[in-house]
Design a protein around this ligand. Structure first.
Ligand code: KIV
Length: 279
């Protein structure tokens, strides 16, 4: 008798950036973030792409922006996520200051991501100005996920975390960004915080899949920060986030119950206690 106890996901093959590239206009690509092995294991059966996002700076480390995140932090979280992902394609964000200086700097950072963390590719923020870097990486064997529109690493020069593409000039710039990054060889493109009409125009303009975040349904896939989806990160909730669970209050209730039990000596009970002659 075949063993039918295996979860369906275990039978699935590992997805590569090239597999995702072929999903343009097909079934929407499901993307989520993870920063550690347990979360990667939970979302791996349903996600096509797991992003080790530099959002971990805000979500895990409590920074106000993603700017202070280092490559060392990303590599350690990256390798933890890779250990938990059997099926999804794992991509790692290159953090601020580790790729903008030159294509060579970007290659050194990306090579560490692939070799040390074992991820399948890297994500870099930027449009036309980063196209040369995208080409340099792809020609040297590094799959690149682009990221245009709202770019959190540039919040200091973009005037904060604001939706992009409201003026005609901005729309033309973002469309040019999308075309440049796609032409440079990116396998897919994250489009963040743009109006619905611009998202549609970008998706129509490029031959690679677009992955939206705050970019309407006119994209070839969607990504959200998992901690937003499950209500674990509660500092703020962007308009584009849909919560599917409220874990923060559940955790608060669980630890309150534990604290009550400890203070009233209800925990540990006999079943949690080792005694002579007991196993
Ligand atoms: O850092 C991140 O998590 C991202 C997103 C696109 C979710 O860049």
């Amino acid at each position: 008798m075949p063993d039918t106890s295996e979860p369906v996901s275990a039978a699935k093959t590992k997805l590569s950036p090239a597999d995702l590239r072929t999903r343009k206009g097909a079934t929407p690509i499901v993307c989520l973030t993870a920063y550690a092995t347990p979360m990667a294991r939970i979302i791996d059966p349903v996600a096509d792409l797991i992003l080790v996002g530099d959002s971990l700076g805000m979500v895990v480390y409590g920074f106000e922006t993603t700017v202070p995140v280092t490559l060392e932090m990303m590599l350690r979280h990256g390798e933890a996520v890779v250990r938990g992902a059997k099926h999804a394609c794992v991509i790692l964000d290159l953090p601020f200051g580790t790729y903008q200086e030159s294509p060579r700097q970007a290659f050194r950072s990306a090579a560490r991501a692939l070799a040390e963390a074992g991820v399948a590719g890297v994500k870099i923020e930027g449009g036309e100005t980063m196209a040369e870097t995208v080409r340099f990486l792809v020609e040297r064997g590094v799959p690149v996920l682009g990221h245009i529109g709202l770019q959190p690493q540039s919040a200091n020069t973009m005037g904060g975390f604001r939706a992009q593409g409201r003026s005609e000039q901005d729309q033309a710039r973002i469309l040019a960004d999308a075309r440049a990054v796609a032409a440079a060889g990116a396998f897919a493109l994250v489009v963040e915080g743009v109006t619905e009409s611009l998202a549609r125009a970008v998706t129509d303009a490029v031959e690679i899949p677009t992955i939206g975040i705050g970019a309407s349904s006119h994209c070839d896939g969607q990504i959200l920060v998992t901690d937003d989806v499950i209500g674990l990160f509660t500092d703020f909730k962007p308009r584009f986030v849909k919560r599917y669970a409220e874990l923060a209050p559940q955790i608060a209730r669980a630890v309150e119950a534990y604290a009550d039990d400890v203070r009233s000596r209800r925990f540990p009970a006999p079943e949690h206690t080792y005694g002579a002659g007991k196993k």
